[in-house]
Design a binder for this molecule. Structure first.
Ligand code: UDP
Length: 471
């Protein structure tokens, strides 16, 4: 009937490289190991240069498809990114339905996979007569929170931050209310309501694929792997991290040359992800803290923003103004012997894989976390937004691969605390402990991804399901 015989999977990434990268990795595994072809859908609103370069570097058996632009100009200008993505997904349902119907004329489409903010597009899959699956690019703790959120919300009488007891999800590390996912911090906000809605919608998935692995959150994994009526089966298929390092090819090689000249495990990598920014005051504290720690560092600096705007670079990964202009007077000169500052993206995986890199001041974005685990680099946890604060709890109290930073009452981390933790990580006993633990997780992660390993098996089961479903 003119359709290609290979099983074809359609994947939808909501905005943000942190969503696109792991989904593309999943697509790569499916085409290289399991004989699939794939379509990778993205939103027009995030067609940044970084994203374009990334998409055009994918194998030819993965076809990128940029969905039509939809207007969001009727939304309040201060809408949270979670709201923007969720509304955009809903408005794209008709376009996705037609795209799926069209793809079905050419391919044997076996399923539709949407990521965490795209659950409404399950409706498009159903309208096109396809089964819908959820890809959850972060951890089991966050998945568990969202799956339980409708029920938690029904019983909640205050905001999370006002809870006297930490939130205890089955098998998960207890999370103080203040550290819960940022869009859940104010129940009156639209983004809160969207998250409750997504939690409900997740239950309509045939299965949930999660970019985590058993050993990093063992108890949660045990519980979520068990069959539970009314909840889709959960498959931890991670860690999926970017392979082939296709982004950032051109830039950033100077920092690798610089790392080549540094002793083993001596450099602290400092970065807040693709979109994270600090206030000017916080940038100063960090600069002075790094300087007085006496340690070597590689710092990805971005121009500062207001305290409540830590995700302002999220939609376009390029820093807006010259960030170096905001560093303290004379800082670069005083630290030039042992510090390097860069203003562009760096090839992070290569940095983490470099033998000179011995620690990571990390925003606890989940992709970065997995990348550091895969390379056995211990963390100082400096979360900013999204689910980063609860990830920091997971990493410091649960997995024990990170040292937490204490904040002042107004949320600022002071230079003395930074100096203390940097020294502790790079030369103290605490640092040795987290380094040992992250080395164990590195082993476990590698085992899981091997033929016959837990993550590899989990994906094979999903693939079986897809192949059968198409027959
Ligand atoms: N990244 C990079 N270079 C940079 C900053 C980020 O390659 O200078 C990559 C990083 O390796 C990771 C992703 O961008 O794969 C960031 O994803 P994460 O989930 O950690 O955080 P987000 O950027 O979504 O907040």
């Amino acid at each position: 009937n003119g359709t290609e015989a290979k099983p074809h999977i359609v994947l939808l990434a909501t905005p943000g490289m942190g969503h696109l990268i792991p989904l593309a990795e999943l697509a790569k595994l499916l085409v290289t190991k399991h004989g699939f072809t794939a379509t990778l859908m993205t939103f027009a609103s995030t067609a940044s240069k970084t994203q374009q370069a990334f998409l055009s570097s994918l194998p030819s058996s993965i076809s990128p498809l940029s969905l039509p632009a939809v207007s969001l100009s009727d939304l309040p200008p201060d809408s949270a990114i979670e709201t923007l993505m969720s509304v955009e997904a809903v408005r794209l349902i008709p376009a996705i339905t037609s795209a799926l119907n069209e793809l079905k004329t050419r391919h044997t489409v076996v399923g539709f996979v949407a990521d965490l903010f795209g659950a409404d597009t399950f409706d498009a899959a159903h309208d096109a007569g396809l089964r819908a699956y959820l890809f959850f690019p972060t951890n089991l703790l966050t998945l568990s929170l969202l799956l339980h959120l409708p029920e938690i919300d029904a019983n909640l009488t205050c905001d999370f931050k006002e809870l006297s007891e930490p939130v205890q999800l089955p098998g998960c590390v207890p999370v103080p209310g203040t550290e819960i996912l940022s869009p859940l911090q104010d129940r009156s906000k639209d983004c809160y309501k969207w998250m409750v809605h997504h939690g409900q919608k997740y239950r309509e998935a045939e299965a949930i694929l999660v970019n985590s692995f058993d050993e990093i959150e063992p108890h949660a994994a045990k519980i979520l792997r068990q069959h539970e009526p009314g909840r889709p089966p959960v498959y931890p298929i991670g860690p999926l991290i970017q392979t082939g390092s296709t982004v950032d090819k051109a830039g950033g090689s100077e920092c690798l040359d610089w790392l080549d000249k540094q002793p083993t495990n001596s450099v602290l990598y400092v970065s807040f992800g693709s979109g994270g920014t600090l206030t000017k005051e916080q940038m100063d504290e960090l600069a002075y803290g790094l300087e007085s720690s006496g340690q070597r560092f590689l710092w990805v600096v971005r121009s500062p923003t207001d305290a409540d705007n830590a995700s302002s670079n999220y939609y376009d990964a390029e820093s807006k103004k010259d960030p170096f202009a905001y560093l303290p007077e004379g800082f670069r000169e005083r630290t030039k012997e042992r510090g390097m500052v860069v203003s562009s993206r760096v090839p992070q995986i290569k940095v983490l894989a470099h033998e000179a890199t011995g620690g990571y001041v990390c925003h606890c974005g989940w992709n970065s976390t997995l990348e550091t685990v895969v390379h056995g680099v211990p963390i100082i946890a400096w979360p900013l937004f999204a689910e980063q604060k609860q990830n920091a709890v997971l990493l410091s109290k649960g997995a024990r691969i990170a040292l937490p930073l204490e904040k002042r009452g107004d949320g600022v981390v002071e230079r003395e605390e930074i100096e203390r933790k940097v020294r502790a990580l790079m030369e103290g006993e605490e640092g040795k402990r987290v380094r040992r633990k992250v080395a164990e997780l590195k082993e476990a992660a590698a085992e899981g991804m091997k033929e016959g390993g837990a993550a590899c098996q989990a994906l094979a089961e999903v693939v079986e399901m897809w192949k059968k479903g198409s027959g």
